[in-house]
Design a protein around this ligand. Structure first.
Ligand SMILES: Cc1cc2nc3c(=O)[nH]c(=O)nc-3n(C[C@H](O)[C@H](O)[C@H](O)COP(=O)(O)OP(=O)(O)OC[C@H]3O[C@@H](n4cnc5c(N)ncnc54)[C@H](O)[C@@H]3O)c2cc1C
Length: 351
């Protein structure tokens, strides 16, 4: 069966398609089932001089009230096994697959590699954009290749992991956002693995939820259920209180800068990473008094200082203004620059 792209739909409402529930009207919307359809849509948009914005499930974007141009969605929901030698499983996963469904699919079959990334909202196509990560695991550890359309040429390319420039919540696709449309991801999972239980709360939840105590080996599914339970407890559910998860990345400073900060605040937490010392953005924001703050329709979650929320009736600009004020206060108080994690889509470019 040949599946073709949907006809372009005019005046398309995106409020229900972003986790912050921000009102946004796109001039056009179309859905592409495969890379060839993406190329054709991009060519037609270029011919008509129309901007194209790719949106997955809208869980990491701040949308404006009007998005001039065409919003492109990806509907390839296939999971294909490319290789299975009993030890390693190589998969090609379409960009339109819901991330958490893939995590559960693989864990239910006993494969290791994605278990700690359970319950991260969003699509597979967006996963390499910010190299999603949580509880000590990142996509880059299992991602072997990314299939993408080069927007400049319309060609379908396969980029090996080395060419993807993965970093902490970062990749080439994020740095060159207008250059690529990710159409599929190739992953390599392992039959044998070891549960990562080092993060605070994981071992306790594993014991409480799954009865797996010290000395016993957890399965990938045990880990998925454990991480799911932990995340449900810690993060506000976007369906109840609209949000985009962490609004800022954890900043990394040099050892010398960290020592200076310790001189100022002896209790400042920091984790040594290869690039320097990673600070807790939530801690910095909380110390500036923002947790639970509300300004009209937007605010900061009561339960988590890193999560900005939309109480309803607001617009993206209000949220961005609050984020800017938070970043300024952290800079003034600690001299640390916060980088925004969700991407603000705007006609003049991305923030
Ligand atoms: C409650 C909550 C918790 C979260 N927790 C985590 C977490 O623990 N770890 C983590 O890393 N992230 C987390 N996030 C952020 C989010 O889940 C991820 O960034 C996710 O990958 C976004 O997927 P999406 O399909 O919703 O992308 P969207 O929000 O639709 O898009 C995000 C960006 O990627 C671009 N994009 C989307 N699809 C494609 C594509 N196919 N090709 C090219 N560009 C594309 C978009 O243009 C946009 O710039 C959380 C978000 C929420 C709401």
């Amino acid at each position: 069966m040949v599946v073709t792209a949907t006809p372009w739909q005019p005046d398309f409402e995106l409020e229900a398609r972003n986790s912050l529930r921000l009102p946004c009207r796109a001039h056009w919307y179309a859905q592409a089932p495969d890379a060839e359809s993406v190329s054709r849509i991009l060519a037609e948009a270029r011919r008509q001089g129309i901007d194209v914005w790719v949106i997955g499930e809208g869980s990491n974007v701040v949308l404006p009230e009007v998005l001039e141009g065409l919003v492109l969605g990806l509907s390839d929901r296939r999971i294909d096994v490319l290789e299975d030698d009993g030890r390693r499983l190589r998969l090609r996963v379409g960009a339109g697959v819901h991330w958490d469904s893939l995590v559960r699919w693989s864990a239910q079959r006993g494969w290791w590699g994605l278990e700690n990334l359970a319950l991260i909202p969003g699509s597979v196509g967006a996963a390499p954009v910010q190299n999603i990560g949580a509880y000590g695991q990142e996509l880059s550890a299992t991602c072997r290749r990314v299939e993408a359309v080069d927007r400049a040429t319309g060609q379908v390319v396969h980029l090996d992991a080395d060419a993807c420039g993965f970093g902490y919540r970062d990749s080439r696709f994020r740095r060159e956002l207008q250059a690529w449309v990710v159409t599929a991801v190739e992953l390599e999972l392992e039959q044998r693995g070891c549960a990562r239980i080092g993060y605070p709360g994981v071992a306790e939840t594993l014991a409480a939820e799954r009865g797996v105590t010290e000395g016993k080996q957890a399965s990938p599914l045990d880990m998925v259920e454990t991480i799911t339970a932990l995340r449900r407890r810690r993060l506000p559910d976007p369906d109840v209180l609209p949000n985009a998860g962490s609004f800022f990345k954890n900043p990394v400073v040099t050892q010398a800068e960290f020592q200076a900060l310790q001189g100022q605040r002896g209790d400042i937490p920091g984790a040594v990473v290869p690039e320097g010392v990673k600070l807790s953005a939530a801690w910095l924001i909380e110390r500036c008094g923002w947790r639970g703050y509300r300004r009209g329709a937007v605010g900061v979650a009561e339960t988590h200082a890193l999560v900005l929320v939309h109480h309803g009736g607001g617009v993206g600009a209000e949220l961005l203004e609050l984020a800017r004020d938070i970043a300024i206060s952290v800079r003034e108080r600690f001299g640390v620059t916060l980088e925004q994690e969700p991407i603000a889509l705007q006609r003049s470019g991305m923030m």
